[in-house]
Design a protein around this ligand. Structure first.
Ligand SMILES: *Cc1c(COP(=O)(O)O)cnc(C)c1O
Length: 383
């Protein structure tokens, strides 16, 4: 199989389009005990704390081989005691439902508070639910990438903090996979115990590892709790502290790419700067799609600037053919990930700029024409 000279643009929620310099950073073979490598790992761990507004006295960043889901599973596996624990999972989409599956698989007692896949998490209902039971852990998704909804993690964090006999005793787990690095977070203000993300989302690295920024005071209590050998955040942490190394083969090339990606995040003005570019990308594609008559799935006030879901227009629209024709033009979009209705998604994270969003929109226009779809669409019958 031959690769093309220029890759297609990825309007997807990860892996995503990365800069040439991030890709080039991988052109080295480092040993896992190499001092240069170990120093880079230490640098990354420190830098991640900074991005999360977390002090090194209270928090630690643990890196873990594997995609984001591995870190989510490791967090539940490690942080929930084998006895006397009950987790509340707040969900409004596929990634929240994945947390439910993880707890089911690990035999972790849990309740689920569900909101619709097109609804934002509502604090008043969470407050009610918290009154009904004594939960030891509460988990939520920051940006529900399946739809594009941004959940109010700080507001829920305050409720979790106030829950239970002793303030701050309830563990709060936030999956910020597709938001971390571009949407500001503060572990302190959000009263977050564990926040999870991965290399290949808004920090614009390549896939290969994930990370969990963890409250040390809690993580240190988790020895021997994990239901897995490899997905043991506590062991990974202790080993990394003692030896600066990963427990098992580290993704050395991915780590090098990530270091470069962090430098580029800095150059862009950090989380604020990255967020600004994504907001501009998102605004532009939504304007153009709206002008074509495409209808968004999520209410604008719930919508984040990471990814946008669109209803399928009526026939002759057909997603498979729409997708194939766009990919022939080197524009890769994503199918929907909701069960409520047929939709597709356009992500705007990664090394993408307003110009790329305009080229995508132009391609969508051409593809619609090829498919015999007249633009603008008539809005009264496309939902
Ligand atoms: C990407 C993502 C994940 C992790 O998915 P992987 O396929 O394991 O990388 C988890 N949660 C959210 C919200 C995500 O966007």
């Amino acid at each position: 199989m031959e690769l093309k000279e220029n890759d297609a643009k990825l309007f997807t929620p990860g892996p995503l389009t990365t800069s040439l310099t991030v890709k080039k950073a991988m052109l080295h073979d480092l040993g896992s005990r190499d001092t240069v490598f170990l120093n880079i790992v230490a640098y990354i761990r420190e830098k991640l704390l900074h991005l999360a507004d977390a002090s090194a006295d209270d928090y630690t960043a643990v890196l873990l081989q594997g995609s984001g889901s591995y870190a989510v599973e490791a967090t539940f596996s490690t942080s929930v005691p084998q006895q006397d624990a009950k987790v509340l999972i707040i969900e409004n989409g596929a990634y929240g439902q994945r947390m439910v599956k993880i707890c089911r698989t690990l035999n972790i007692p849990h309740d689920v508070l569900s909101f619709g896949e097109t609804e934002r998490v509502q604090a008043d209902q969470v407050a009610e639910k918290l009154k009904s039971n004594r939960y030891t852990h509460v988990a939520i998704i920051h940006c529900e990438t399946s739809s594009g909804i941004l959940n109010p993690i700080d507001e829920i964090g305050q409720l979790v903090h106030d829950h239970g006999a002793e303030k701050g005793s309830t563990v709060y787990i936030v999956d910020s996979m597709s938001a971390f690095g571009a949407v500001p977070v503060s572990l302190r203000n959000g009263h977050i115990t564990y926040i999870i993300s991965s290399a290949n989302k808004c920090i614009e690295g390549v896939p290969g590892f994930s990370f969990v920024i963890s409250k040390k005071q809690h993580l240190l209590k988790c020895q021997g709790q994990a239901r897995s050998l490899v997905l043991d955040l506590y062991d990974q942490y202790v080993y990394m502290e003692q030896s600066k190394q990963f427990r098992f083969t580290p993704p050395t090339h991915t780590i090098l790419a990530f270091k470069q990606a962090l430098d580029e995040l800095d150059e862009e003005g950090g989380v604020q700067g990255r967020g600004k570019r994504y907001q501009e990308n998102n605004k532009r594609i939504r304007e153009l799609m709206r002008s074509f008559g495409f209808v968004e799935l999520i209410k604008p006030e719930y919508q984040t600037y990471i990814i946008t879901s669109y209803y399928y227009p009526p026939a002759p629209f057909n997603f498979e053919s729409f997708y194939q024709k766009l990919s022939k033009k080197d524009q890769l979009i994503y199918p929907g990930k909701t069960t409520v209705t047929d939709c597709f998604r356009i992500g705007n994270i990664g090394r993408l700029f307003v110009k790329d969003m305009e080229i995508l929109a132009e391609s969508i226009k051409d593809v619609c024409q090829e498919m015999g779809i007249n633009l603008p669409l008539k809005n009264d019958n496309n939902q």
